[in-house]
Design a protein around this ligand. Structure first.
Ligand code: MG
Ligand code: MG
Length: 250
């Protein structure tokens, strides 16, 4: 069931979204060679709590941290660890949600650690740009879910990357994951129509290789099967009568 939001609910979601976006930036500033992913998670946790919000991911389905931090061939759901030391050349995906007065934001981005390879730079750029291709589709109005996915995948493929099909974007609001599902692939003109009042997460998960993935024995971390790099970019978006509004962009 899709939960449409009214202006009052949207007001709260804007705050939850802003805190989420700022928490990502706080994490970004903490990233450097020699820092552990647990330390980055700590910075994010502290920022969200300082804002009077709660880290949505902490305890969600049993997840043990406030942010998912996924390095290199890890796609999503990486568990922050004191043993995972970031080194020059890594790429780090941070995925965060802040829960505020009954609503959550959800956002992700991938950042370099020091100087990275041209391939790593390329996948980060293509992932982010594919998100904005989807946003253009939403700006035109009365898009369908299939139009969004098609925009993301076709852009990634044109640029020599593939999308990870096993995980998808989603509605967002009082729950972290609401209807509808927003896959990163699709057929133009097909699927549910996106209408004002919807709040959705568009989140390209992109790989330099095939995009086939597996889940590690820890029950969380998802990695590429071929060990190639992966990147993630996500914003929570409110669909309004004036067009899409990025709730988590700061
Ligand atoms: Mg997310
Ligand atoms: Mg999400």
């Amino acid at each position: 069931m899709i939960h449409l939001k009214n202006e009052k609910q949207l007001e709260i979601m804007r705050i939850a979204g802003r805190i989420t976006g700022e928490a990502i930036q706080a994490g970004r500033e903490a990233i450097k060679p020699g820092v552990t992913t647990a330390e980055v998670d700590h910075v994010i946790h502290a920022y969200i709590v300082k804002c009077g919000a709660k880290p949505t991911f902490l305890g969600y389905g049993g997840f043990p941290a406030s942010a998912c931090i996924s390095v290199n061939d890890e796609v999503i759901h990486g568990i922050p660890s004191h043993n995972r030391v970031l080194k020059e050349g890594d790429i780090v995906s941070i995925d965060v949600g802040a829960f505020y007065r009954g609503y959550t934001g959800d956002s992700a981005a991938t950042f370099p650690v020091g100087k990275i390879s041209p391939e790593a730079e390329r996948i980060i750029r293509v992932t982010e740009e594919s998100f904005y291709r989807a946003l253009e589709v939403l700006e035109k109005g009365s898009a369908r879910v299939g139009d969004i996915g098609h925009a993301v995948e076709s852009y990634c493929v044109e640029n020599g990357c593939s999308v990870v099909r096993r995980y998808v974007g989603h509605g967002v609001g009082a729950e972290l994951h609401e209807d509808p599902e927003i896959p990163n692939f699709g057929t133009p003109g097909h699927g549910i129509r996106i209408i004002p009042g919807m709040t959705i997460c568009v989140e390209p998960m992109v790989a330099l290789g095939t995009g086939d993935v597996y889940e590690m024995p820890n029950g969380w971390t998802v990695r590429t099967k071929d060990g190639k790099l992966s990147s993630h970019y996500e914003h929570s978006i409110a669909i309004t009568s004036n067009g899409p509004e990025l709730l988590t962009k700061v």
